[in-house]
Design a binder for this molecule. Sequence first.
Ligand SMILES: Cc1cc2nc3c(=O)[nH]c(=O)nc-3n(C[C@H](O)[C@H](O)[C@H](O)COP(=O)(O)OP(=O)(O)OC[C@H]3O[C@@H](n4cnc5c(N)ncnc54)[C@H](O)[C@@H]3O)c2cc1C
Length: 663
Amino acid sequence: MHTRLVPVLPRHYAALTRTRFLPQFNITNPTPSDKTCDSCPNQTTCPRSRTRHVSVKDDGTYDVVIVGGGCVGASIARELTKYNLSILLLESADDVTQGATKGNSGIVHAGFDDKPGSVRAKYCWPGNQILVLAKTKEERKVLDDLMERGRKNGVQRLKILEGKSVFEIEPFCNPNTIAALHSPDAGNLIPYEFAIAMAENAADNGAEVRIRRTVSAIEATDAGFEVTADHWEPKSYAKTMHGSEATVPEPEVNDSKAVPAAVIAALGAAGAGFLKSQPQFTDEMAMGVAAAALVLALIVFLSSSAKPNRVQGEGKAKDSRKPVGTGGSRVSVDEMMVGGSGSMSANDGVVVGTEKIKFIVNAAGGGSDKISAMIGDDSFTIKPRLGDYLLLNREQGYLAKHTLFPCPDPVLGKGVLVQTTLWGNLILGPTARDTYLKDKMDMTDEDVQKFILSKCKDLVPDFDSKQVIHGFVGARAKNSTGDWIIEESKVNSNFIQAAGIDSPGLAGSPAIAVEVVRLLQKNGLSKAKTKNFNPNRAPIITPKDGWKGIKAGPVGKFTDPKVNVICKCEKVTEHEVITALRRSLPIDSTQGIRKRTRAGMGHCQGDAENYNCECRVADVIARENGYGKKEEVGRRPWPATSTLPQRWLEESEKENLVELAKK
Ligand SMILES: Cc1cc2nc3c(=O)[nH]c(=O)nc-3n(C[C@H](O)[C@H](O)[C@H](O)COP(=O)(O)OP(=O)(O)OC[C@H]3O[C@@H](n4cnc5c(N)ncnc54)[C@H](O)[C@@H]3O)c2cc1C
């Protein structure tokens, strides 16, 4: 997207400058809708978990409500803002793009492996380059099949490279490669940045976005639909909400941990009493035993009475590594369907209210079968297929110039690939683990890592497994029909399905959006275009020239936000964090900033003992959003979907990955 700088602050930003929360320096902003929300005129800060502007019509309805803020829902929202309409996007997670859209390979597929005639083939092609490597005569034949499929699907400029010509363009690929299918028209992108850009541009053009809203019921009415959504917030924040109906349960007392602590303390006291009665032991020695038992009991109690499943995240680097490395819970497959690491349970959330809204498009990805069933359309079910990845440090990115694929598997799809992301990291994966297959779900973290590393060594033998910095999982929304569902529901033609969009849905999302708008218009949605649609969005991240002009140091040392570095590994400045926060989408979590600025994306993954960037980011969010306490800022939970033992790996853990990579 192109850069556009707007010198004038829009109305609600101007209102914000009157508060003490906005430092006085210039940030350029795009122009969102100037229709500001009047539901809270007396508040000094903007409402949380939603855009500051609203799009609702005077009669209290919207023309279209989109359920799901992945790449599909965001693209549909943006496409709709080209017309004179009121649009609302509801997302269950704590940000847009927290579903399948954040956990994938980011390839804008060329469309050569989609079955000709399928819905996938229709929407994928209308999109850096791909090489599919063949190492045997059988695989060489598969390349011919893919060429033929590509031809039928209208994919252009495909060619097969033989022998040495492969190494001329990809010198580090497996030396046993005999040929490769070259697709120059494919590309890759950072999927979550794409979806954020689409959603933000939609909001800039007037669409209203609410996050942390899980749609829980839909009722057909004479005028359309009535949609009910549960609004949740992290408990830490909900406790601060005045007059809310939130029911915030008290933290559980973990009795199972208090008992052993009490037993140790009692045994210590009894032991001390016994020793004191023996002539060879002094009072001091007995006291020493009692004190040691007490300390031990205290350690057992404290280690166990911490909330068992959650990472709360405190602010100081001298705190234990817990907030950023260990101790949280794994995100379940069910949670992945409604926002993964941004979901209610991953964020220790609690429902704080419900709201009723009219009209609907179903773009709920892994949750789309449930949304469809809410209107009585149970024509499909989602059968999630997990895809695990390992991400390597940027220094490994030189090893792959193209996206390198093996020959595809007829059942498991495109296979495990090696590619360099746009930010220069080497990415390995994904797996294809169907959640209904026990053996796939029984795989241990090490099994998964071994699978990925060994398969990728087959494509590029020279990468360094010690350079793994991150692991994550995405869930493909495979569905029981075997193809994408882009149509009016057979139960109600005003309910449009953009459902069950598995790979390559990212590549297809702009074309899917155009089709969904066509279907809505066919059913009576206004076709009147707006003259004000602005397709552009200014970038958030500014290019750096090494450390020229920017400085990293203790909190508070550098006061110019353009100079002050918040994340050392990725050289993210405070200015970039503030820029993101003043954009039109709601951001009240460190995850949201991570995806927009890369703060916490580097090799230390936000480790408290390194530069503690997650806490620095939380400080800025709390200040900018006007929260009383940093604790109200949503944190990035751990381990969420990672298979790694902790965020910043120890040397022995890295050595283990090297062993796993050996077949
Ligand atoms: C491992 C893997 C690799 C992939 N590789 C590629 C690739 O290289 N190229 C490509 O083009 N595609 C790829 N894909 C596919 C691509 O990621 C998906 O097709 C695309 O992200 C689907 O977007 P979506 O918006 O439909 O779904 P999602 O991104 O899952 O968005 C749906 C949203 O709906 C929300 N939601 C669910 N239920 C509710 C509810 N009740 N109320 C409110 N909100 C709700 C969820 O929280 C979620 O944010 C891959 C997918 C995976 C998992």
